[in-house]
Design a protein around this ligand. Structure first.
Ligand SMILES: [Zn+2]
Length: 334
């Protein structure tokens, strides 16, 4: 697996992971054995690079990790969650209801039809807007669908089965629902758009992915945000998030905000180095000129297998990402 090679490179003491492999949020774009792609980006600054004293730590905003984790397990209990799966409508309606309760404002559905060859699939992006009239606007987003095929299973008969997507799907949703609750309880000075994309992981071909974000980028339901932060696969118990290459190239200053917040909070799961190059829902947003980054830990063994289950994830990982996002949001209002 390409990620194992990268992992060893990335964690060499003091080494900057200048060599990256191109992988799609959920689909490798280079076959195993292909030569690695050399990153064109400059090495990210490390915390030791600055000689100025660090600012005093800011107390992390509250984030109920256990409550968030319950939302992760709740989603997996719905079973696979892609358009056409038995509990897809149940999951969709639960998410609209839960986001409404969490954000304290009505969540809405953006319905669209994904046309894939002869197939027409009904899909829905789900979103809510806190402080819609504020001058500054930030978008937080994740995908809520799951992969219909466990294509990384070794056994071919298992590859045709759909995954539960505890990390790849449920973790981002669970984290942002809890972030929404905290934002509703203590309104930030800025506007926050929370968007859950459908059809990120339909696949298996890359043309059949990022369907909801592609639609949303062309049909935004809310005003263009100043920037967007996508989270994906952030529930892994062994969470290590590095600066994603496409994010670094397009919006270094947003990555800087995130890693500065993580450093101030002492959140060790954020590692200030360049990591993978990932194709994910941030790319359609970047394609229409938005500043968009992706926070993702692609170094996850059960990726696209039937083993992507809740026991591989942890409340602490959801909290690590949630508290950093909350600090980024509240710092914007200062
Ligand atoms: Zn995936």
């Amino acid at each position: 697996m390409p990620k194992r090679q990268l992992s060893q490179t990335s964690f060499l003491p003091g080494a900057l992971a200048a060599v990256v492999l191109a992988v799609a949020g959920c689909q490798p774009t280079n076959a195993v054995g292909d030569p690695p792609v050399t990153s064109p980006v400059k090495p990210a600054p490390t915390s030791s690079a600055s000689s100025s004293p660090s600012p005093a730590p800011v107390a992390a905003p509250p984030f109920d990790a256990e409550r968030a984790f319950k939302d992760l397990t709740k989603q997996t209990r719905f079973g696979p969650r892609y358009s056409g799966s038995p509990n897809y409508p149940t999951m969709r309606d639960w998410l609209v209801s839960e986001l409404t309760k969490a954000a304290g404002v009505p969540a809405k559905r953006q319905n669209f039809t994904a046309r894939l060859g002869s197939q027409s699939l009904p899909m829905s992006n789900i979103y809510a807007h806190i402080n819609p009239t504020a001058k500054k606007q930030v978008m937080l987003c994740a995908h809520w669908d799951t992969r219909p095929t466990a294509d990384q299973e070794v056994d071919p008969t298992r590859r045709r089965k759909p995954i539960l997507g505890a990390n790849d799907g449920a973790s981002g949703v669970a984290c942002l629902l809890e972030v929404a609750r905290q934002l509703a309880a203590k309104k930030p000075d800025i506007g926050v758009q929370i968007v859950f994309f459908d059809g990120e992981d339909y696949g298996p071909q890359i043309e059949r992915m990022f369907l909801g974000s592609k639609y949303y980028a062309k049909n935004p339901a809310m005003p263009k945000p100043d920037y967007a932060i996508l989270i994906d696969m952030i529930g892994d118990k062994d969470l290590n998030i590095m600066r994603e290459v496409n994010s670094e190239n397009a919006a270094t200053h947003i990555n800087d905000k995130v890693w500065s917040a993580a450093e101030a909070l002492g959140v060790k799961q954020f590692i200030n180095r360049i990591g993978y190059e990932i194709q994910d829902d941030h790319l359609p947003l970047q394609a229409v000129g938005w500043n968009a980054i992706d926070l993702i830990d692609f170094d996850y063994g059960p990726w696209h297998t039937l083993d992507d289950t809740a026991d591989k994830c942890s409340p602490e990982s959801l909290k690590a990402v949630g508290t950093v996002l909350l600090k980024v949001i509240y710092d914007e209002g200062r």
